[in-house]
Design a protein. Structure first.
Length: 125
C-alpha cells in the first residue's frame, strides 16, 4: 500500500481490537472502516451523505452476515479458541500456527468480499 496511514489505521485490529478477542475479528472491523471510506462523500449534501451512510451500512451488514455464514462466528475467541489475555495462550497460538491457518483465511475472505461489494455497487451506480 502506498499510503501507510491505512496500515496504521488498522494496526490495532489484530486479535479483535488490541488483542481483546471478545471483540469482532479485526479483519471484519477493518472492513467496516474500508466501507466507510469507500462510500464517503461531502457532508454538505445531507441527502447524499445519508444515502452514502445507508449504503455503507448495507454493505457492512452483508459482509458480516457472509462472514458468520462462512466461519460460524465473529469474535476472535470464537474463531480461534485462544484467550489472548493469557500470555501463555498467545505463545501457544503462535506455536500452533493458528494465525497462518485461520486468520489469513479471514483476511482473504474479507478482501474478496470488499471487492465483490465494490463491483456490485459500481454496476448500480
Amino acid at each position: 500500500m502506498k499510503n501507510e496511514d491505512f496500515i496504521w489505521a488498522g494496526t490495532t485490529f489484530r486479535g479483535g481490537i488490541s488483542g481483546q478477542q471478545q471483540a469482532t475479528c479485526g479483519a471484519v472491523s477493518a472492513s467496516a472502516v474500508c466501507l466507510g471510506l469507500r462510500h464517503r462523500c461531502s457532508l454538505a449534501d445531507k441527502e447524499k451523505a445519508e444515502q452514502a451512510r445507508n449504503a455503507a451500512n448495507e454493505d457492512a451488514g452483508e459482509l458480516v452476515r457472509s462472514f458468520i455464514q462462512k466461519f460460524g462466528a465473529l469474535t476472535c475467541f470464537e474463531l480461534l479458541g485462544f484467550n489472548f489475555s493469557d500470555e501463555g495462550a498467545v505463545k501457544q497460538a503462535i506455536e500452533s500456527g493458528v494465525f497462518e491457518q485461520k486468520c489469513n483465511n479471514y483476511v482473504q475472505f474479507v478482501i474478496e468480499k470488499l471487492y465483490e461489494l465494490d463491483d456490485k455497487r459500481s454496476v448500480t451506480e
